[in-house]
Design a protein around this ligand. Structure first.
Ligand SMILES: Cc1cc2nc3c(=O)[nH]c(=O)nc-3n(C[C@H](O)[C@H](O)[C@H](O)COP(=O)(O)O)c2cc1C
Length: 355
């Protein structure tokens, strides 16, 4: 009936080290905890005697019509929790009428995922040192009908995820980032004492030298809309807009990168103000219910992404449970709109909440 139930059930189903990989954050996990708590600081200001008999939560994003302003956040290696992996996730998103941002570290091929669903798909990229790999992925995504690229910019190096370090976490060789060449993924499978193979892998493959100026290169290899994910300040939102991005995702990577970073809900208003309506602003981190979606929209988000809850639902039963989770969020948003007297997305403004 809610995300928490999926969380409890998934925890019983998933191996302990995989659970730690999914649940964990970086450092002392302060930002991880703060993301969810941030929602508790907001209360709704319901309006009454409003005609809510016709409500509409469908929306358009990059040319696709969505049942709700909700998408699946990019998360790596879905086959860790379900044999069908991203294929099941994408099918679930399609059933719920929302979009799916496929991770560069997906454990099913971009083409298999696209063939399985009519959900709008976007591809998330980390900037690898081997640029030609990015160019190839962007080309494959466009050919397979993906509608946008999402460059994650909060991960020049991997956050210190102590749970993974403690577990010496490495990926079983049966679960691979299949969209990348084998030689680019080897280290992620090499188990080491008191070290995260994922962090070592990122250290070997990610380009730590890129700056705003490099976005222009990505533009030369793809004409898909380009979003940047991991913006937390007005300064960077302005730079993003100046560099012509098509969308911004306010994100702290679910508390997995810079521990102590501002919560996404707190960063959202300044980013929205700085973007000034020049591109859509999305947000992720700690969104667990339709009410949470409502609060994010009231603070100016055009849409939200949901990370861990999708993995919990996937672990519990594949596409049907993913569809159920996303449907619950959609219905929860609709229900909140009805009781708050805000029947349209446009009517959910900052007066709908108080801090
Ligand atoms: C297990 C896991 C794997 C993730 N993998 C990626 C990834 O490959 N690329 C990326 O941009 N973000 C990744 N993220 C971050 C999510 O896209 C998203 O920002 C975050 O999960 C949102 O917070 P939430 O889990 O509280 O909803 C990952 C998050 C988790 C929990």
């Amino acid at each position: 009936l809610n995300a928490e139930e999926y969380e409890r059930r998934a925890r019983q189903l998933v191996p302990a080290a995989v659970w730690d990989y999914i649940a964990g954050g970086s450092g002392a996990e302060r930002t991880l905890a703060a993301n969810e708590l941030a929602f508790d600081r907001y209360q709704l200001r319901p309006r009454v005697l409003v005609d809510i008999s016709h409500r509409s939560i469908a929306t358009e994003l990059f040319g696709a019509t969505l049942a709700a302003p909700i998408g699946v956040a990019p998360t790596a290696y879905h086959r860790l929790v379900h044999p069908e992996g991203e294929v099941a996730t994408a099918r679930g998103a399609g059933l719920a009428g929302v979009f799916h941002v496929v991770s560069i570290f997906a454990s099913r091929s971009l083409e298999e995922i696209a063939a399985a669903t009519d959900a709008p798909l976007w591809l998330q990229l980390y900037w690898l040192r081997r640029r030609e790999v990015l160019a190839r992925l962007a080309g494959r995504a466009a050919d397979a009908g993906y509608r946008a690229l999402v460059l994650t910019v909060d991960t020049p190096v991997l956050g210190e995820r102590l749970r993974d370090v403690r577990n010496g976490f490495a990926l079983d060789p049966s679960i691979r980032a299949v969209n990348l060449d084998v030689e680019l993924t080897e280290t992620v499978h090499r188990k080491q004492e008191a070290a995260s193979a994922l962090a070592i892998h990122a250290g070997e493959t990610f380009d730590t030298a890129i700056t705003w100026a490099d976005l222009a290169w990505l533009r030369t290899v793809s004409s898909l809309p380009l979003l940047v994910k991991g913006i937390l300040t007005a300064e960077d939102a302005r730079l993003a807009v100046e560099h012509g991005v098509d969308g911004i995702v306010v994100s702290n990577h679910g508390g997995r990168q810079l521990d102590g970073a501002v919560t996404t809900l707190d960063a959202l208003p300044e980013v929205v103000a700085a973007a000034g309506g020049r591109c859509p602003v999305l947000v992720d981190g700690g969104i667990r219910s339709g009410t949470d979606v409502f609060v994010a929209l009231a603070l100016g988000a055009d849409a939200v992404l949901v990370g861990r809850p999708v993995l919990w639902a996937l672990a519990c039963g594949g596409d049907a449970e993913v569809a159920n989770l996303l449907g619950m969020l959609t219905r929860g948003l609709d229900h909140t709109m009805a009781l708050a007297g805000r029947p349209t997305l446009a009517s959910i403004d900052s007066s709908a909440v108080r801090r």
